[in-house]
Ligand binder design. Structure first.
Ligand SMILES: Cc1cc2nc3c(=O)[nH]c(=O)nc-3n(C[C@H](O)[C@H](O)[C@H](O)COP(=O)(O)O)c2cc1C
Ligand code: SF4
Ligand code: SF4
Length: 262
């Protein structure tokens, strides 16, 4: 039985989950969504998995665009995993609806709590707390793999109706059309040494260097890879990020992120 896991990531949590799940299953291929989105998407395996970070209680826009290209995955067992820092809202329900709209069924939708990476609101959580989340993630993968291995139907994990109506209904619906332009609040400070790492990590090539400084092109996914991977911590967002600790998954390296982009 073969599986392809398609993932999107900014700071590596989803890639780590994809790698752990691939290890737990047989014969599994891991593919970056941003890499295949505009090319050929191999849907020949028996099982198809989609792993993404929750943004504003919903799905990243790039994952919605990717789902629209899966219509040939009829008769496949499809599962999704949403990683989140605090609350997934109705993101997995959204995945189920978007698949249904093209005639596909989401058989299982799992939420996995991982360290948050939204620096405009908070810095990286304490390393010990991160470690305990990673231990829980490893255990969760064992359960999830046993469901996927048997191609079982499982609950689409979500918050309750009222929470989803407010957060995923109102907040996500109001915010998501603005996401590509939310990069207007990124800026680089004096620490920038023009190394170009931000250009290299951006999954949608949204950053260019002008006069040796990054400029954002308004087709942003809000993954925060640029801010989190800048080796000088020179990228800021709005007014409050300068003093906040950066985060990326400790087992995911800069080269892994660069290798996963177009
Ligand atoms: C723009 C943005 C919005 C986010 N919104 C949410 C959210 O609504 N709920 C939540 O629990 N976590 C939220 N997060 C945290 C991420 O979902 C979480 O850290 C995820 O594991 C990151 O995955 P990655 O490392 O693969 O990029 C948000 C992060 C970003 C960058
Ligand atoms: S990664 Fe940071 S230091 Fe390098 S060019 Fe971008 S902003 Fe400047
Ligand atoms: S500009 Fe930054 S936040 Fe936006 S998609 Fe690129 S790396 Fe992600």
């Amino acid at each position: 039985m073969t599986t392809t896991i398609f993932y999107f990531t900014g700071t590596g949590n989803c890639l780590k989950v994809a790698r752990d799940l691939a290890k737990a299953l047989d014969d599994t291929k891991i593919t970056s969504i941003s890499k295949v989105l505009n090319g050929e998407i191999d849907l020949s395996t028996d099982r198809i998995g989609i792993i993404y970070p929750v943004y504003m209680f919903g799905m990243p826009l790039i994952v919605s665009r990717f789902i629209k290209k899966l219509s040939l995955a009829k008769d496949k067992y499809i599962f999704a995993i949403a990683t989140y820092g605090g609350m997934p809202g109705g993101s997995l329900g959204q995945t189920a609806r978007e698949l249904k709209a093209i005639g596909l069924k989401l058989s299982a939708g799992f939420g996995i709590a991982m360290p948050g990476n939204y620096t405009p609101l908070y810095g990286a959580i304490d390393k010990n707390k991160q470690k305990s989340m990673f231990v829980k993630e490893t255990k969760r993968i064992v359960e999830i793999a046993s469901i996927i291995r048997e191609k079982k139907d499982a609950k689409i994990e979500e918050n309750n109706f009222l929470t989803n109506a407010i957060f995923s209904g109102l907040i996500y619906k109001a915010s998501s059309p603005k996401i590509p332009y939310m990069d207007k609040d990124f800026w680089s400070d004096d620490k920038c040494n023009s190394c170009g790492t931000c250009v290299k990590v951006c999954p949608v090539n949204n950053i260019k260097l002008f006069d040796k400084k990054p400029a954002w092109m308004h087709k942003c996914e809000q993954c925060f890879a640029c801010l989190q991977w800048c080796p000088k911590e020179a990228i800021q967002y709005g007014k409050n990020t300068a003093t906040r600790t950066r985060y990326h998954h400790p087992e995911i390296k800069l080269q892994d992120i660069i290798a996963g982009k177009v």
